[in-house]
Design a binder for this molecule. Structure first.
Ligand SMILES: CSCC[C@H](NC(C)=O)C(=O)O
Ligand SMILES: [Zn+2]
Ligand SMILES: [Zn+2]
Length: 411
């Protein structure tokens, strides 16, 4: 019943899987106990010590058909506890029925909804024809390098014969759900400038600060041109390059603050840049080398995070049967999907797509503000329960789809 379903969600939310020290084993044990109650096959894979990945299987009756995978990450981002109205690990339900917790939107909801949907399908007597895999993966929030990036390279993964993956999406403020068929590529870039130090009262060229600011001016012009395209309308937030300066570091510290009359010899800035799939990232990298961090101006750069794989998109039209099945299944559950979009940030789906699989980003959360990584992240109880029924419909449609075609190679 609904109370028990919500209690199980709260239990998962209360497990502390906050980066950078997530308690992965408790999360995996909890999900494993859920899987046992559903008689799912289960195996824990530790591709990197201390970072377990749980793989579950609901075996279909026709093993010759490619399977599908329901993916979710078990880690969550940190929080500033004092800025929350309820403790982010207590999963408190307020009088509106809103459940407050880190991970309530991103994405412990989705992981539990998959399992609850399977519970409902089993209770109704449904038997899958195609096998259903569920993966509960570590480290998405820090780049997925010790999670899905390694998982898709493993022999085990290759042996699973998976055609299509569902992974996380974003909340929608409207009635219809958002769906994502591709995503922007992350570049976390640090640009450094060096230059001669000197008296704070002196005007001279090529100081570290002047050189860095020249770059920042140029990068900001580029940012404005991309933002203008977005403001002009008709495209989505994932269709332009975003650039944000997220840290600045310079100056000569002293016990009483920064020294005011000394021009520093080093200065650096950190940028979070996101590049859409159809954008010429090689040209942007040339621009970085020649214009934003030219060695001739005593500048250098370093990527803290960079996805250099191919940015593949999944067809989100009638040419892809998995798209039509998804769209119709959501309709049959009494809801709608909006026009498919490019995910503006990053998810593990990029690794699945690069490995040759089809993948959609989808979190069945409508009429809810997007509070991923924000204070007071919450999800309404009724929205959570409705999302389970949406997955019942999707899993039923995918697991009953009997055609042997439908892998990316054939589309
Ligand atoms: C570069 S990996 C970081 C992953 C994180 N994902 C989300 C969905 O916020 C991000 O886009 O910042
Ligand atoms: Zn997430
Ligand atoms: Zn996240």
């Amino acid at each position: 019943d609904d109370d028990a379903i919500v209690s199980r969600f709260q239990e998962y939310l209360r497990i502390d899987t906050v980066q950078p020290k997530p308690d992965y084993y408790r999360a995996v044990d909890f999900i494993k106990s859920q899987a046992k109650s559903l008689s799912l096959e289960s195996q824990t894979i530790e591709l990197v010590e201390g970072k377990p990945l749980l793989l579950l299987k609901w075996v279909g009756s026709d093993p010759t058909l490619p399977a599908f995978l329901l993916n979710s990450h078990t880690d969550v981002v940190p929080f500033e506890e004092s800025k929350w109205t309820h403790h982010p690990l207590h999963a408190h339900i307020d009088h509106h029925g809103n459940i407050y917790a880190r991970g309530s939107q991103d994405m412990k909801c989705v992981g539990m909804q998959y399992l609850e949907a399977i519970r409902k399908l089993q209770a109704s007597g449904f038997k899958p024809i195609r096998s259903v895999y569920l993966s509960f993966v570590p480290d998405e929030e820090i780049g997925g390098h010790d999670g899905v990036e390694k998982f898709v390279e493993s022999q085990l993964f290759k042996s699973l014969n998976i055609a299509v993956v569902l992974d996380e999406g974003l909340t929608s403020p409207t009635e219809s759900y958002r769906v994502f068929y591709g995503e922007r590529s992350p570049w976390w870039l640090v640009i450094k400038a060096k230059g001669p130090p000197g008296h704070g009262a002196k005007l001279y060229d090529n100081s570290a600060m002047e050189n860095l600011l020249k770059s920042i001016e140029s990068i900001r012009r580029f940012r404005a041109s991309q933002f203008d395209l977005l403001k002009a309308g008709g495209i989505g937030e994932g269709d332009v390059v975003s650039v944000n300066i997220n840290f600045l570091k310079a100056g000569t510290p002293s016990p009483t603050g920064f020294v005011m009359n000394l021009q520093p010899s080093e200065a650096e800035a950190g940028f979070d840049i996101r590049i859409p799939p159809n954008f010429d990232s090689e040209a942007l990298e040339r621009r970085l080398v020649e214009e934003w961090a030219p060695a001739a101006r005593n500048m250098s750069f370093e990527f803290k995070q960079k996805f250099s794989g191919k940015q593949i998109v999944t067809a989100a039209d009638d040419s892809n049967p998995w798209w039509s099945l998804l769209e119709n299944a959501v309709k049959e559950a009494g809801s709608r999907t909006s026009k498919p979009e490019i995910f503006p940030a990053s998810t593990d789906a990029r690794y699945f797509r690069e490995a040759g699989l089809l993948a959609f980003g989808f979190s069945p959360i409508s009429k809810t503000p997007g509070l991923l990584h924000d204070h007071n992240e919450y999800l309404g109880k009724d929205e959570y329960l409705k999302g389970i029924d949406v997955y019942v419909s999707i899993i039923k449609a995918y697991a009953s789809y009997e055609s042997k075609s439908g892998s990316r190679d054939e589309l």
